[in-house]
Write a protein of this length. Structure first.
Length: 287
């Protein structure tokens, strides 16, 4: 397989059940090298809840509003408070689904809400959850409505999906990028596994490779550092992942530099034979 050659659906289906983990890893690694070379980015994120903000976000690349407001008015209030707290830092929040629910599914109202949130200081919607947005066409319509309001959606995620749905959702990510071109990252591992059919670590690394091979137009295949931990994140790099999200905003200097959040993530990236680069919430490498 050449570095830029996409795999067919049938080959990706075979890859997701392949016992040849070394071969799967080689394919994912080739695709990662073609995308960003040896560089693997990461972002320190301060995730906050409106009304319970810490004293200072710290030296982070992104402040992210957590939770789903009950109404559009509440969302605007959260953004105003979050913007004051974030200062010059990138402020993101909510999901496309959250915003769509607030406006009763009305496309024009979604665009109006996105415009109001952008004017209030929100830089981007934090995520588009591909498994709950609807089919490919519906997902595209909703993301375009947000874009028309002046916001963007840089990250596609999966809230919860069984292993048999993962390839369909990877295809949805590729379709959404072809239709909009706004995605910077795709996190193909679900935030929650169905209790009745949890995935294995083998399933997860195959999923990373499949996402990297299919979603060539999305620059970063992402793993949530806080959710999946350093061990899986490090292995995922060898299967095609090239971005680590949600690194802790808080260092603990009393534990020494090797145990700080920044020091630990960079050590794990180097151990995976890659070069770490810290980024901000716009996926710009920080100086």
């Amino acid at each position: 397989m050449r570095a830029g050659t996409p795999l067919s659906r049938s080959r990706l289906e075979a890859l997701l059940v392949s016992p040849d983990l070394v071969g799967v890893g080689l394919l994912g690694e080739m695709a990662r090298q073609a995308a960003t070379g040896d560089r693997v980015t990461y972002c320190r994120v301060c995730e906050v809840t409106a009304g319970a903000l810490p004293a200072d976000p710290g030296d982070v690349g992104e402040v992210r509003l957590a939770g789903a407001p009950a109404s559009a008015d509440e969302a605007r209030a959260w953004v105003r408070e979050g913007a004051r707290f974030a200062g010059r830092r990138v402020l993101t929040g909510f999901s496309v689904t959250d915003l769509t629910t607030m406006v009763g599914g009305d496309r024009a109202a979604l665009t109006d809400l996105a415009r109001a949130l952008h004017e209030g200081g929100l830089d981007a919607v934090a995520e588009a959850q591909l498994d709950v947005l609807g089919d490919d066409d519906r997902a595209t319509v909703l993301v375009r409505a947000v874009i028309e309001g002046g916001l963007t959606v840089r990250r596609a995620t999966i809230a919860s999906a069984p292993i048999e749905r993962r390839l369909d959702l990877i295809e949805r990510a590729a379709h959404l990028q072809r239709a909009t071109g706004v995605l910077k990252a795709f996190a193909p591992l679900p935030r929650r596994d169905p209790a009745a059919s949890p995935a294995t670590g083998y399933d997860d690394v195959r999923t990373i490779a499949a996402a990297r091979l299919m979603c060539r137009a999305i620059p970063y295949i992402q793993v949530d550092w806080a959710l999946y931990g350093p061990k899986l994140a490090q292995v995922a790099i060898a299967y095609g992942a090239n971005d680590l999200d949600a690194v802790s905003a808080v260092d603990q200097p009393e534990l020494g530099p090797r145990r700080s959040a920044r020091g630990e993530v960079e050590r794990q990236i180097r151990t995976a034979f890659a070069k770490p680069a810290e980024r901000n919430g716009r996926y710009e490498v920080r100086a």
